[in-house]
Design a protein around this ligand. Structure first.
Ligand code: IMP
Ligand code: MG
Length: 339
């Protein structure tokens, strides 16, 4: 802190929601702003025994004092946004930029058929067609929608002001590095760049204002939809290892593969990572479940963490040991990383 960007280093679904919900409380985040594509994302937060899948609002909602913003680069589905505002009681603290583009029914229909559905395996949430219309300058934006009027805010101004005042600011990325339209496994990617630089641009924060970039990796790799996945396991083997997952937004099966050090190195490079959050280590080493101290980890898990650090050259500062926000090992003090 004060300005930290959190992004995923693989293909999405690595546990950004979990990591961010922890940081929101632990670091007393004042302002959280979401960048990324739009409601094609699903960030899972488990807090006080309740599970939330957030598609629009920042995962930092668990800190009731945190301002919850959505940057102008992000696409808004008004019905998803408004229902999440009610769900987490965020009427007084949620804001979105007047220039956020609006997903229409026609965008969703176009996204649920043809090339995008069949070849790319899109989520069907309308994001690709909406970004296409946005590039053609044919979309409506948030300031055109009466129901969104109470939430309009100058997001870049608010976020930069908070940074200048020394407040704790967190920028939340969506999707994953290798789903980036520029840097991912094209054409099996999403409809824009989603690396840390893009997340900053979505929110309106310049590169000199960022203090830390946390790249989140899961202890194994998953991806939904088609596209390359080196070392992919059969569904049977994935189930045997406990790696089999169902996508939180689309309900599709996630494909899985072992942790990929080559991809991790490249993600660290593309995002300028200063720290790594490694999640779901309890899935590889069940003895880790719920641990909050590094010393509680079995030797194999410690060796895995050390190898991730050695190969990427970046410290693993946070280690997820279960789905709840507080089930995490925070090594930032021990590693001298806390600001
Ligand atoms: P679209 O972003 O809906 O156009 O989908 C394009 C590709 O990105 C598909 O393979 C989706 O499954 C994938 N994708 C988009 N958003 C996410 C996400 O948040 N998590 C994981 N995969 C995603
Ligand atoms: Mg997800």
């Amino acid at each position: 802190m004060p300005c930290t960007v959190v992004v995923c280093g693989f293909f999405g679904d690595t546990g950004k929601g979990k990591v961010i919900s922890y940081l929101a409380i632990e670091d007393r985040i004042d302002v959280a702003a979401r960048g990324g594509v739009g409601p094609n994302a699903g960030h899972t937060v488990v807090f006080k025994g309740k599970k939330y899948v957030m598609r629009m609002l920042p995962s930092a909602f668990v800190n009731e004092r945190c301002r919850l913003l959505i940057g102008p680069g992000v696409l808004i589905d008004p019905s998803v946004f408004l229902s999440e505002v009610e769900l987490v009681n965020a009427r007084g603290r949620a804001g979105l930029d007047p220039q956020c583009a609006i997903i229409e029914e026609a965008h969703k229909e176009a996204d649920r058929r043809g090339h995008l559905k069949k070849r790319i395996g899109s989520t069907g949430s309308g994001c690709g067609p909406c970004n296409a219309d946005r590039a053609l300058r044919m979309v409506r934006v948030a300031r055109d929608i009466p129901e969104l009027k109470p939430f309009l805010a100058d997001v870049p101004l608010e976020v930069n002001k908070a940074i200048d005042e020394g407040k704790n600011v967190l920028l939340e990325g969506t999707q994953g590095t290798f789903l980036s339209l520029w840097h991912g496994t094209y054409p099996y990617v999403t409809s824009k760049d989603v690396t840390a630089s893009a997340i900053c641009s979505d929110v309106g924060v310049g590169p000199t204002k960022v203090d830390d970039v946390i790249v989140v990796f899961k202890a194994y790799v998953t991806r939904v939809g088609p596209g390359p996945l080196p070392g992919e396991l059969s569904e049977e083997e994935a189930r045997r290892r406990g790696w089999f997952e169902i996508a939180s937004v689309t309900g599709r099966k996630r494909r899985s593969a072992p942790f990929n050090f080559e991809l991790a190195k490249r993600a660290v490079m593309l995002n300028g990572a200063t720290q790594i959050a490694l999640t779901k280590i309890d899935v590889l080493y069940p003895e880790c479940r719920g641990a909050t101290d590094f010393d509680e980890l079995p030797r194999g898990a410690k060796e895995f963490v050390a190898r991730v650090e050695r190969e990427t050259g970046v410290p693993v500062s946070l280690i997820g040991t279960g789905p709840e926000a507080h089930e995490i090992i925070d090594r930032r003090d021990e590693l001298g990383l806390r600001r």
